[in-house]
Design a protein around this ligand. Structure first.
Ligand SMILES: *[C@@H]1O[C@H](CO)[C@@H](O)[C@H](O)[C@H]1NC(C)=O
Ligand SMILES: *[C@@H]1O[C@H](CO)[C@@H](O)[C@H](O)[C@H]1NC(C)=O
Length: 341
């Protein structure tokens, strides 16, 4: 979700649905709640746990969730360095590994596994890297709309050589755009979003997400806290754990979108709010919260490496900073680096 997080739970939703009446999509930005007053209202007083709020009514709307082994098929749009791809691939591979140390990305996914479908089946613990497709030459230009994104996906699944597999039940399609590509509403409103493809455009209904590298366009918005917005004087950026501000910033957005795709792939499963065209989903509820005490304008307790880098969880070989997720069993945001668990 794109509006300043906490107020977006309430009536402001309407504003957003007007903004995207054409094709409802779900995006967000990784901000802590920088708008002073709105969040203070909600968090004032007796907040016991991160994000806890009596206003949240996350409900299951009977649609499918991803209970089978999940494959993440990636489309690299534009110019990507090998080193950048590695950081992202290893993050995805870390979701299901048993080989990383606590607090881990796999521990973070446990919150997602708490969600079930109508048969009581939990979301799969297995998330693996699927096939990949390079779109090196910007097949649809350097400025994409929400509809042209679907055409990019169509090209990838219908390519003559090595098309991405069609995998509507357990495939997630992740379109990643390089730092010289603008996508509709990027920076101003969203850093990423997820939805599903339309059969009329792509030929299939496939759950997909887009996440952009904001390094050139708006790192202070989409790669926070590794970059900070200009208008906040005196706020220092944190050192990113993998030496790439844009990509390290994408990781939390990718995590956000994959968690929501798994629990709400066709936007008829797990979400809060009355309006299905602008649902508030499990990651939206915890925007800007990365550790214990998070909320308001505070990210929560983070970890700092010997090298001074900021992170909150371990992957297979690398460290990552990833936002927490809503846990509907306890009704607050949880993450592997919680101090009180
Ligand atoms: C919040 O609202 C108060 C008045 O209610 C105003 O004085 C203030 O500038 C606003 N911002 C902050 C940071 O409190
Ligand atoms: C499956 O979901 C239920 C209900 O949220 C939960 O109690 C259980 O621990 C979950 N199982 C796993 C393996 O996460």
């Amino acid at each position: 979700m794109t509006l300043p997080p906490l107020i977006s739970l309430l009536p402001v939703l309407t504003v957003f649905s007007l903004l995207c009446a054409v094709s409802p999509v779900l995006g967000w930005r990784p901000w802590p709640h920088l708008r002073p007053n709105s969040s203070d209202l909600l968090y004032a007083g007796s907040k016991k746990f991160e994000g806890s709020s009596e206003f949240v009514r996350l409900r299951y709307h009977m649609g499918p969730v991803l209970t089978a082994n999940i494959a993440v098929h990636t489309i690299w749009y534009g110019t990507w360095q090998k080193s950048q791809k590695k950081i992202i691939r290893e993050f995805i591979s870390s979701i299901s590994t048993v080989r990383s140390t606590h607090p881990s990305v796999a521990g973070w996914w446990k919150t997602v596994q708490l969600y079930t479908d109508q048969t009581g089946a939990n979301i799969s613990r297995n998330v693996r890297l699927g096939e990949e497709k390079n779109d090196r030459f910007y097949s649809h230009g350097k400025s994409l709309t929400r509809l042209s994104i679907q055409s990019v996906i169509k090209s990838a699944v219908t390519a003559r050589s090595k098309p991405l597999p069609i995998n509507p039940k357990s495939g997630l399609y992740l379109l990643l755009t390089s730092d010289d590509v603008y996508v509709q509403d990027f920076c101003g409103q969203v850093c990423g979003f997820h939805y599903f493809t339309f059969p009329a455009i792509v030929g299939y209904t496939l759950p997909y997400a887009w996440v952009g590298n904001s390094a050139k366009l708006c790192p202070g918005v989409c790669a926070y806290p590794f970059a900070v917005p200009d208008y906040i004087p005196g706020l220092k950026p944190r050192k990113s754990p993998n030496g790439d501000v844009g990509v390290d910033g994408m990781i939390s957005v990718i995590g956000h979108e994959i968690a929501e795709l798994a629990t709400n792939p066709l936007v008829n499963a797990w979400y809060a709010g009355q309006d299905p065209t602008s649902p508030v989903e499990i990651a939206d509820l915890c925007e800007g919260i990365y550790g214990t005490g998070g909320g308001g304008s505070y990210t929560g307790q983070l970890l700092e490496g010997h090298d001074g880098a900021t992170y909150n969880m371990n992957g297979i070989r690398r460290r990552y900073l990833v936002q927490w997720l809503w846990n509907h069993v306890v009704s607050y945001c949880t993450g592997p680096n919680a101090l009180d668990q």
